[in-house]
Design a protein around this ligand. Structure first.
Ligand code: ADP
Ligand code: MG
Length: 353
């Protein structure tokens, strides 16, 4: 199989944060590659570099064997299309949103109509041409964004968490569209996801990205065929934090996880560690609560995802922390994006990976 894109020894740093470390990766023609990793592992950064909208700090990128440089980067950028995790549609009709890229490329009206129609069919939004795009639900808007990307027929389609934070019905429609694109249209795709199920079922190859490094790469069967339990469960986890741990006198450890955030854990280990806290093990309250729990963080809700009986909240507390509460508590507490909340969890809820 032909290698379309090649990344060699890619590093990316932001100040003293290392987002990617020595990434070596080739994208093969016709493959569906997933970049599987927890929040903060570098997935978005990697995709943005592939899309040529971000430059690596060091390393080399090749497209169809040709080194990407200042002279050809604008041309290479047109070879890929990235669908962003947060959709930004224009405040106009669905048709105009999807036709935008074709318009720039001076397609005729007839060709544009045909391509828009085809793309809408793939995302199951036939007949939606005249609808105001901004009035659609979040999931439908994500489908429009996918349709817009599809019309461009670029060599590689880059999808950043295409189903994160949307409702289950829209998730399955998008999964169906991606399966069809991969199997029938043989579209070359790179899908960033923290959803292990998607990596296993939708993709032909999985690159496990942990802390900015590719920890493992292979066919889904190889990756998920009973590797060390920690590896398999890693990708399913939320609230994964890496940092430097120091053992305290009382026998617990305090882990410094960047941005001044410190987590106390009921374990004795010093040096570099990676830990996780289950979203359901975190207590959320509007005021500080008196408890024996060693970890209390103040933060603001930045994202709300409704999963029916339970709601997941993303809270920015210096680090982003995901908390799961029941829908009933969510309603009773009158929470909203921007609400200030306190998060409390025990040192024994912090698990080492
Ligand atoms: P993921 O998409 O897997 O959640 P990201 O690629 O968004 O991961 O981020 C990887 C790391 O790089 C994180 O520690 C994040 O905070 C950091 N990072 C990403 N973009 C920036 C930026 N523009 N400035 C500073 N740090 C960033
Ligand atoms: Mg991301």
């Amino acid at each position: 199989m032909k290698t379309i894109m090649e990344l060699k020894n890619i590093d990316k740093t932001y100040g003293n944060i290392t987002a990617l470390k020595q990434v070596n990766l080739g994208i093969l023609e016709g493959e569906v590659l997933s970049i599987l990793g927890p929040n903060g592992s570098g997935k978005t950064t990697l995709l943005r570099i592939m899309a040529c909208i971000e430059k690596p700090t060091s390393g080399e990128m090749r497209f169809n064997g040709v080194k990407v440089d200042q002279g050809n980067i604008n041309k290479v950028r047109l070879k890929t299309t990235m669908v962003f995790q947060k959709t930004a549609l224009f405040n106009t009709s669905v048709y105009k949103n999807i036709a935008y890229g074709l318009h720039l490329r001076e397609y005729s009206k007839k060709e544009t109509d045909k391509k828009v129609k085809e793309a809408l069919k793939t995302v199951q939004l036939e007949g939606y041409e005249k609808r105001p795009a901004k009035k659609l639900s979040g999931g439908e808007q994500q489908r429009v964004a996918l349709a817009r990307a599809l019309t461009l027929d670029t060599d590689v389609l880059l999808l950043d968490e295409p189903t994160a934070n949307i409702d289950p019905k829209n998730v399955s429609i998008i999964e169906e569209a991606l399966t069809w694109l991969g199997k029938e249209k043989k579209t070359t795709m790179v899908i960033a996801t923290h959803n292990m199920f998607q990596a296993e079922t939708l993709t032909t190859r999985v690159a496990l990205l942990l802390g900015g490094k590719i920890a493992q790469i292979g066919a889904p069967k190889e990756i998920f065929r009973g590797p060390p339990e920690s590896l398999a469960s890693f990708a399913r986890l939320e609230n994964v934090f890496s940092g430097t741990s120091r053992i305290l006198q009382e026998g617990t450890s305090v882990i410094n996880v960047e941005n001044g955030v410190q987590i106390e854990a009921a374990l004795r280990k010093s040096g570099k560690v990676t830990v996780f806290v289950r979203p359901e093990d975190i207590i959320l309250s509007k005021k500080t609560v008196a408890s024996s729990a060693r970890n209390v963080f103040k933060g603001k809700i930045v994202e709300i995802s409704d999963f029916g009986p339970v709601v997941k909240l993303k809270v920015d507390a210096g680090k982003e922390i995901i908390v799961q509460i029941t829908k009933r508590s969510f309603i009773e507490m009158k929470l909203n994006v921007g609400s200030t909340v306190f998060l409390t969890f025990k040192a024994s809820s912090v698990h080492l990976i």
